[in-house]
Design a binder for this molecule. Structure first.
Ligand code: ATP
Length: 329
């Protein structure tokens, strides 16, 4: 199934894994086995699975850091086999867990790596570096001259993202990019990346072993099982509602009902009119998730919450029953 080019976001490209196999020499079984999936242009696909299920290997075959031993990978309709590996890697953003910044180069020089290799003029490179550092919230005047050791872990990860975006690649590969961050910084950088992605709409393949991260970041999630076989490829809602088998159900967790509620917002429901009796109810903004609403109702011992709209207008109330029905839909 190929994406209609007229609806594909500009500057992003579809990625197709077509019966891809990777058997490392001497290994008893393939690391990736018969993997077929399509990542539509501009979407984020999360490769999710337990340790050793072939996520990193699958990712590295896209930029040919690992060579497939069977099948094919196509980017924008072109087989990666037909592209020069060095050029291919320059045309794909790559972000890894440790950010992989050069410690003895300034932040600005780190971000300028690929434009320099591509021989961009100095002025163009300087402007691009400033634009990208701005985009990830690290203004060049303040951060450009620092060295990686003078940044926090979250800031280094953002520089890693800026560097990966430098040559405006149509595709980004991200291997547990936020794995080394503490939970609060991680949430923050995830939110920032999603906001950034809304603007730049690259095709992203993102490796994670964390179901919560996958549900939050992925337009689609590919669950891999031991031996690099695809267990399920679906949108997060579908994966949580209809896991394909016992392995996927176990992997997504017994609380998958709650996770589904975290994908829905109070603004997705039709609020009931707030009567006189709603005065003492706990209140949440309309953009709060149904999971947060449920949690608040449980904590406060109520069966309704009041919903607050933009400009602090009251929109009405949402009941426990409505939350339950939405979660089951
Ligand atoms: N260069 C290599 N040579 C031989 N075997 C390898 C090589 N790289 C990975 N493997 C094997 O391939 C399998 C898949 O590894 P891979 O790193 O792709 O899994 P993963 O799902 O990314 O794991 P993790 O979550 O632990 O990073 C493992 O059994 C691993 O030992």
């Amino acid at each position: 199934m190929s994406q209609d080019p007229s609806t594909a976001p500009v500057g992003a490209q579809e990625i197709v894994f077509d019966r891809v196999v990777k058997a490392y020499p001497g290994a008893a079984a393939p690391a990736v086995d018969d993997l077929s999936l399509t990542v539509p242009a501009g979407e984020i696909c999360v490769l999710l699975g337990p340790s050793g299920s072939g996520k990193t290997t699958a990712l590295m075959m896209v930029n040919r850091l690992a060579e497939p031993t069977g099948g094919d990978i196509r980017i924008g309709g072109r087989s990666v086999r037909d592209m020069d590996p060095i050029e291919l890697r320059r045309s794909i953003g790559y972000v890894i867990q440790s950010a992989g910044l050069f410690p003895h180069q300034t932040i600005a020089d780190n971000v300028a790596t690929v434009p320099r290799v591509l021989g961009w003029a100095k002025k163009r490179t300087r402007e691009r570096v400033a634009e990208l550092l701005d985009l990830v919230g690290l203004p060049v005047n303040e951060f450009g001259g620092r060295y990686p050791a003078q940044l926090s872990g979250g800031q280094r990860q953002r520089v890693g993202i800026a560097r990966a975006l430098a040559a405006d690649p149509p595709v980004m590969l991200m291997d547990e990019p936020f794995g080394a961050l503490d939970p609060i910084t991680r949430e923050h950088v995830q939110d920032e990346f999603l906001a950034l992605h809304d603007r730049i709409r690259k095709t992203v393949v993102f490796v994670s072993h964390d179901i919560d991260e996958a549900v939050k970041m992925g337009d689609r999630i590919a669950v891999l099982r031991e031996g690099g076989r695809l267990a399920q490829y679906d949108e997060p809602r579908t994966l949580l509602k209809e896991p394909a088998d016992a392995f996927v159900a176990r992997f997504v967790g017994a609380d998958r009902g709650l996770k589904r509620l975290s994908l829905l917002r109070l603004s997705d429901l039709e609020p009931a009119a707030a009567g006189e009796d709603s005065a003492g109810l706990p209140e949440l903004p309309a953009e709060a998730t149904l999971r947060a609403a449920l949690s608040l109702m449980v904590a406060q011992g109520t069966d309704r919450v009041r919903v607050r709209g933009a400009d602090d207008t009251r929109l009405g109330t949402v009941s426990l029953d409505a939350v339950r029905k939405a979660g089951a839909a």
